[in-house]
Design a protein around this ligand. Sequence first.
Ligand code: SF4
Length: 1022
Amino acid sequence: MNKEPKRQNPQLTSRCQTRRDFIKVSAVTVAALTTATLQAEAARQWLNARRIQQVAATPLDRDVKQVHSTCLGCNARCGTRATVQNGKLVAMSGNPYHPYNTKFDPIPYATALQDALATTAPVCGKAHDAPNYLNNPYRIVQPMKRAGKRGAGRFEPIEWDQLVREVAVGGKLFAHLGEQRVFPGIKGLAQDTLIDKEAPELGTVRNGFVFIAGRDQNGRLEFTNRFVKEAVGSVNRVGHTDICGIGFRMGNLAFTEKKDVEIKADPVNAEYILLFGANIYEALQPGVNTYGALVANRSSGAKVKFTVVDPRATNASCHADEWVAVKPGQDGAFAMGLIRWIIETGRYNREFLTAPNPKAAEKIGHACYSNATHLVVVDQGHKQDRKFLRVADLDPAATGEAGKGYLVLNGSGVPVPFGSVDQAQLDAAATLTDATGAKVQVKTAYRLMKEGAWEHSLDDYARMAGVERSQLERVAKEFTSHGTRAAVCQYHGAGNYASGVYAAFPIAILNALIGSVDRKGGYLRGGGEAAAWDSGLYDLKSFPGQAKAKGVMLSREKASYETSSEFKKKRAAGGSGYPAKRPWFPFTQGGLCVETLSGIDQMYPYSCQVLFTYFFNPLYSIPGGQRYAETLESPEKVPLHVSIDIGINESNLYADYIVPDITYLEGHYGFLTPHAPALKFTAIRTPVVEPVTGSTKDGRSFCLETFLIDLAKAAGLPGFGDRAIQAKDGSWHPLHCAEDYYLRGIANLADAAKIPEAAAEEVAYVEHNYPVARHKGLITDGEWRTACYALARGGIFKRRYEDDFAGENHRFGLKRVVLYNEELATTRNSLSGAFFPGTIKYTAPEDAAGNVLAEKDANFPFALITYKMNVHAQSRTSSHRWSMEVFPENFVVVNQGDAGKLGLRDGDLVQLTSPSNSLGTRGKVKVSALIRPGCLGISFHYGHTQLGASALPVTKGEALFLGGRTVAHSGGLVGDPRLGTGISPNLLSRLDENLGNTPLVDVVGGIPDFSSTRVGIRKIPG
Ligand code: SF4
């Protein structure tokens, strides 16, 4: 796909230019580009043409700068080209070097910058709203401290030094409000006293520090790890993978034996894609700008067919072969039906499945093999029950690695080491004699998978999925009609609900049945980073005095209940040891912010002392998250709460302190690797404008990094301040500001990627256009020139999509996938003590006590489903003014047949109630044929009560908010009702009364439930 830049100006390429010439010419180029972009925008006609004219940079504009960076309008991570005029961000377009802006077909990496600047690339609508996100008048620019009771919204500005001192040391911080309580500080937690001497596995009091990150990104992730895990020494640094989409990831986690979770159909080469809960024209990662655009493009050229499996006909359904209007939470039933049909009809890839080892797979042209033929012990009396039979189990003379090898049955039914044959029996069971002379029953992994599928008939699966059997059969036939050029693309909707692991696992296994894993056109993982950024020239990973975080996380993720003191005590008292007070999650991808908050609420397995929340709004963004209002309000459960964010949201309304942060346009330095499929790159995020927040006395902007650095210094923690970073030559360097860390990371990356130094005019361009350039003295001249090559191009994009393939196989593939997962099969449910199934098994969405939710809540007639719109990220884009003008509110989408029965019309006001919210919430009806009967669809993004939507009694708000007197006066913050329109579906979500009435989660992986809430609907007067 190599090709020349799409548009070139011969004047620019034909002569060598001075820096002055180059800057002058690039301003002209910028103007041409901007004009082209704006014309395209105008053609779209969803932005006001006059506004576009107002922001247009023209050739007459002198002070126009452009910066290549990475978007965070959503987490798809496209490249951006920010156009900045007189210091103000005026427009966003795409980066033509970046594969995500070019449908995986970027300009060659070596293209000179001036030629690249003459080339356009798109971004999606969310990115265009970046100026409004940046200049949101409700952004906070000064630190603030609570000036009333938690949740009252009464805050006042404080000095930076006071903020840092109080959070570092603690004390009677709110005595002036009559609160005599002593608040803990960070300093007091940095010690090695055990939390509980009788439960040493929980770790030390360091773990009382809990840091929960919302929208996390590499770069800031490692920086905050440095503070939380390596300076304070707490294990409780938690991401938000659970609400982001842990469900489908759990299926892939089981399928790949924890090797990878991000795997998708190849949109470039697939002939057929089966989409499960993947909203490719409106969301996804890579997003609407990339994956969706590619599939749309190829679909319009009849190069790919696809099927949408979703209770809602997503925008992609307009191009889809079929829309399978599956029942919410029943994707697993549909996948199980497909599997059964594929086996019954023999339309599986027998050659792939019978290859028992990598060499055998290679001989038939595959880079990946499966464990379909490997023998599993199915003998409750045997010590290896539920595990794979190993060579040493039959032959005690086999030791070391040879003894650990799997066994298969050869053509004669004789057990042999899996590496010794090119083919093995697939659908088999046997009784063997082990090394002790005892009989042992075994079955192949394939047989166990098949038995799982055979637990229900095809008619049953179709009924449970809520589809016609003929449609199930039709989709199965299509899926198996393209050889290995077909795959599934499962995302958030596929398994983000209770019991979701056993929906997403069979969906992943479908790819193994047709042998498309690691194949061009098949099921592909991401290719990973271009090069390391945290080591090399500068060691950003280790430092003197570095702590090693130990113990059990408050979420209990990746921890075994059976090794806990709680379990042992219960056993010693004569019981089974079960149930645990709350579920533990030894087999999970992790990032369980919901269970962390539930752990904090229940003070289990220990108490939180200091909570930091960063870019996180759990009360709004977690299904049922409103439940945590009482958690955050409680000084016993959350003794000290510090939020780091850009505004006052529904959750940090309860904080004791709010630290102003910068947006991704002013900082958030990051190193962004690709989501699946394929590709290998590292994009860089760098500031495009100077921060709008206030600054410290020495001129550093208020933000996450400045806060953690100053806090570490005030608390006497290692890893920050003087002598914090060691260079390869042994010299030491300080960590006083964000650039001390990130610019050295960029230098590391550029050096490790072996890119050349930038040409003089490119260095000059970066120094004129990029805010980071004023820190160039932190690294050597040579390092800076090489870093400029990467900065000018927005990252390292040396490899092209096709480079990731060797013939038909992905070079960086999974290599091995499983139909039976031994680790999962030997993990117990910490509430019931029962083993989890090691292979596929239809499991209806259940609560923690095993009650089927659809039956339990059958008196609520409708199923609630949620979705994302293409102009919003989930919870933080109410400040996107242009998107809000186009779609000022969201709706309760009702199927037209249901609406007819209920007498509902567009615009009618309805009251919705649920088992966990009897008071309910209200919204406006939109009648549609594009939703399954019996479902109500509500998008996220709307129904905010904060982020400017409400007035708040803030003191000196004029100084606290970016909008100054336009949003605040002596009476406090003035709310803008346009920011609070619509309805939030999460207010209705199901809680689990078996677990302290906290948000419902899956007991295997900790998946929060987005699909099992049942609701009632009632028309009310408008
Ligand atoms: S999909 Fe849009 S908002 Fe998301 S990263 Fe790409 S351009 Fe930005």
